[in-house]
Design a binder for this molecule. Structure first.
Ligand code: ZN
Length: 303
């Protein structure tokens, strides 16, 4: 997340913006800033760092009463806690510029190692589906090719609906067990458990490599409808058998045909459909977003 303070500072330093961070090179250091919960965070990647550099940083932070920092592989992450008021942007700027000056003097002419290939190079910030990625030009190119290939694979993936359907059914079984358990042992038919079927069904569909498409959605909906109904009918059946005290399928079928019992089962199934339906719609919207957005990589934008 970005609040105006960091954006203003980013602008001043001619940095760029990714989804939720202000990023860019300042001399031979790479700067990354963002707002967290009650804190501002500054990450600084430097060409190299030895113990005396670390000591310098720690001293400087102590003087400025900044209590929290973490070492990165080639850099430092500084956390400016904000209790009542936002942390002064001017102070952050002074600390940042002090460190940048220090490293540009002590490591003059040296470049930062690319986090991906490890070679010291000019780095750039990219947005990969809203996340920031800091890499060199070569790594960017290979990454872009990789992304294009994955997108193509996704697009031309062979239809795997049957497996998806099976996966969706199989994964919903724990949902059925929970419905049965609640009903048989606690005498409550919690329609809310049907929400679990949706969740598990989607998980199973994906796990069994069901093809991601509109038809895939229909399959998930069908599987949820089947499993929710199945769970309730099984629960009633086990409940009735428990009452009978014997496994008498013929008698069970007769009892299930009693209009009052049928009505109650249908009433419960409908209630479960309504509840899981809301959740299903929510999940479908999420999935549509996920499926429609192809993975993409783009350069950080100007502020
Ligand atoms: Zn690289």
């Amino acid at each position: 997340m970005l609040w105006p303070g960091i954006i203003k500072l980013g602008k001043e330093l001619q940095l760029k913006k990714t989804g939720s961070e202000v990023v860019g090179m300042v001399r031979n250091c790479f700067v990354k800033m963002y707002d967290g919960q009650n804190m501002k965070i500054l990450e600084l990647l430097v060409p190299d760092m030895n113990d005396s550099d670390k000591e310098y940083i720690v001293n400087k932070l102590e003087i400025n009463k900044v209590k929290k920092h973490e070492w990165l592989e080639y850099g430092v992450k500084i956390i400016f806690n904000e209790y009542f008021w936002p942390y002064s942007i001017e102070k952050i700027k002074n600390i940042l510029m002090d460190f940048v000056d220090y490293f540009s003097v002590n490591y003059s002419g040296q470049k930062i190692r690319c986090p991906k290939c490890g070679i010291p190079k000019d780095l750039e910030a990219y947005c990969v589906n809203n996340a920031t990625l800091i890499i060199c030009e070569d790594c960017y190119e290979s990454f872009e090719n990789e992304i294009n290939e994955t997108n193509l694979e996704k697009k031309f993936a062979p239809p795997n609906y049957l497996f998806g359907f099976i996966g969706s059914l199989v994964y919903s079984i724990p949902g059925v067990l929970l419905t049965v358990l609640l009903f048989v042992f606690f005498n409550t038919l919690a329609a809310i458990t049907s929400v679990l079927y949706v969740f598990l069904g989607i998980k199973g569909y994906k796990r069994f490599n069901g093809k991601v498409s509109q038809f895939g959605l229909i399959i998930i909906i069908i599987s949820t409808i089947i499993m929710v109904g199945f769970g309730i009918v099984v629960s009633y059946s086990i409940f009735i058998l428990k009452e009978l005290g014997e496994i008498n399928i013929e008698l069970l079928l007769l009892i299930l045909k009693v209009p009052e019992i049928q009505q109650e089962i249908i009433k419960n199934i409908i209630l479960s459909y309504v509840l899981s339906g809301f959740y299903l719609v929510f999940q479908v919207i999420q999935m549509m977003k996920e499926w429609k957005t192809e993975k993409s990589i783009e350069k950080a934008r100007d502020i």
